[in-house]
Design a protein around this ligand. Structure first.
Ligand code: BDR
Ligand code: CA
Length: 311
């Protein structure tokens, strides 16, 4: 299995990503889960991460708390979408498994240094503050990263927090800029992909029909999460953003994209956090990431449902 660190701000879709990873030990080995401030403040994201590990029946998973605010900006949260706790929907017990004492950033650095070069993949599914801080503190880790597979950005689907920016990048654009410039191989699952991964009523019914605590909790999470999109956009269900990252590691042929240059806007007030993707190769800037554009949604939901059924 591929060794991964999930860097996350749960978030219902983050929770489903964690469950998918923990259900797939043949393909991915979760070395640790590092929490960051994002959808809700850090005290809740680290707690939610532990709640989900326990729901998965994996209380031995290592969970670390990381940065509680973006590198240089005030934290922007998304309670409107995810609810007050970040995990509104199901009623789940408070976790009893411990939070690790080590800071998430130090865990990331230490893990990359301890393992052979290019054997650890980072999976950021929240703002990129922890990853950027680790790169800043220990520049030597960049060349040791196997791949960074992240959920963030948008090109054809433009934005979900401003007209041109996606939430994870918008919250900490300086961090995103650092990550995209770090030289490690990067794969991006942007809104262009995740807005096609919609939890329709039928897909949610299939998850509920697993008839397990995990299936029921996920069904309730996506039902909560989807209200926002149905009401606001008339969308046929909620986009399941973050699990796309894990699905990509398990079954990459579900996704297609291009290896291109992506730069992050950090100055303009109007387009702050935009992922400026050179899709048509109109600049001579070197490609720095594989920017996905399409997903086979049926295959993705078949994989997800089958894996959730293993927990
Ligand atoms: C991203 O923002 C968060 O609200 C979700 O968890 C996802 O990571 C989508 O823009
Ligand atoms: Ca997230």
């Amino acid at each position: 299995p591929r060794k991964i660190i999930i860097d996350t701000d749960p978030g219902q879709d983050d929770a489903v990503a964690i469950l998918l990873a923990l259900a797939s030990p043949e393909e991915v080995e979760v070395l640790g889960i590092t929490a960051v401030a994002g959808n809700v403040p850090l005290p809740m994201t680290q707690k939610n991460a532990r709640i989900i590990c326990e729901l998965a029946g994996k209380p031995d998973t290592l969970v670390f708390a990381g940065c509680d605010a973006p590198l240089s900006r005030k934290l922007v949260t998304a309670e409107l979408v995810h609810g007050k706790t970040g995990l509104d929907g199901p009623t789940l017990p408070d976790p009893t498994m411990p939070l690790q004492e080590q800071h998430a950033v130090d865990f990331i650095i230490e893990t990359l240094r301890r393992n052979d070069p290019q054997t650890v993949t980072l999976c950021p599914i929240g703002p990129l503050t922890n990853i950027a801080t680790a790169l800043e503190k220990a520049p030597d880790i960049a060349s040791r990263i196997q791949e960074i597979v992240l959920m963030g950005g948008a090109y054809f689907e433009v934005g979900n927090i401003t007209p041109t920016a996606e939430f994870n990048i918008y919250v900490d654009p300086e961090a995103a800029k650092k990550v995209f410039a770090c030289g490690a191989p990067i794969t991006v699952l942007p809104l262009d992909v995740t807005h096609a991964a919609l939890v329709t009523t039928k897909r949610n019914a299939a998850i509920r029909a697993l008839n397990t605590p995990v299936g029921e909790a996920v069904a309730q999470m996506t039902e909560f999460f989807e209200r926002f999109d149905r009401e606001k956009y008339g969308s046929d269900g909620a986009p399941l953003h973050d699990p796309c990252v894990i699905a990509y590691l398990i079954q990459p042929d579900l996704f297609t994209g291009r290896h291109i240059n992506v730069e992050i806007e950090t100055v303009s007030e109007l387009t702050l956090g935009m992922t400026v993707a050179d899709w048509w190769g109109v600049t001579d800037r070197a490609p720095n990431s594989t920017f996905m554009r399409a997903i086979q949604a049926e295959g993705f939901f078949a994989l997800l449902t089958e894996r959730l059924g293993r927990l």
